[in-house]
Write a protein that binds this ligand. Structure first.
Ligand code: NI
Length: 138
């Protein structure tokens, strides 16, 4: 079994703010991340596929195909955008790394099928979230 990872880097703005809380509660909970006009991150996303290498090609998946898919489905939608305003599949959600990575999983679940094993989203060098799909464990 092989774990094959493709890395995608993108820059985007967002603001952590929940309609479930008052303005004051949002400021207390999210701190500087609740800044009214948002702030930016240089995100790093690792998409890991788990599978056997094909006996003929020697590959779990053609990395070029994976790169094109990630570009079309994710990068072109989120890079240099405001995650809260510009990305249809993030509308109505608080754009924490947890929610962003889960929404990104939703975009890749169909094209990658059971090969999709893990998505790791770095919001900064110090903070990252691992996601294994809805209801799944590592
Ligand atoms: Ni942030």
């Amino acid at each position: 079994m092989h774990d094959l990872t493709r890395r995608l880097e993108f820059s985007a703005a967002h603001r952590l703010h929940s309609s479930a809380f008052t303005a004051e509660e949002n400021r207390t909970l999210y701190g500087v991340c609740n800044n009214p006009h948002g702030h930016g991150h240089n995100y790093v996303l690792d998409v890991t596929l788990r599978g056997e290498a094909d006996p003929v090609t020697g590959m779990v998946m053609d990395l070029n195909r994976l790169a094109v898919l990630l570009d079309e489905v994710l990068f072109s939608v989120v890079d240099h955008k405001h995650l809260d305003h510009d990305v249809p599949w993030l509308k109505g959600q608080v754009s924490t790394a947890e929610n962003v990575v889960a929404a990104m999983w939703g975009q890749l679940a169909e094209p990658l099928g059971p090969l999709l094993y893990r998505m790791r989203l770095y919001e900064s060098a110090a903070n990252f979230v691992d996601y294994y799909g809805p209801g799944r464990e590592a």
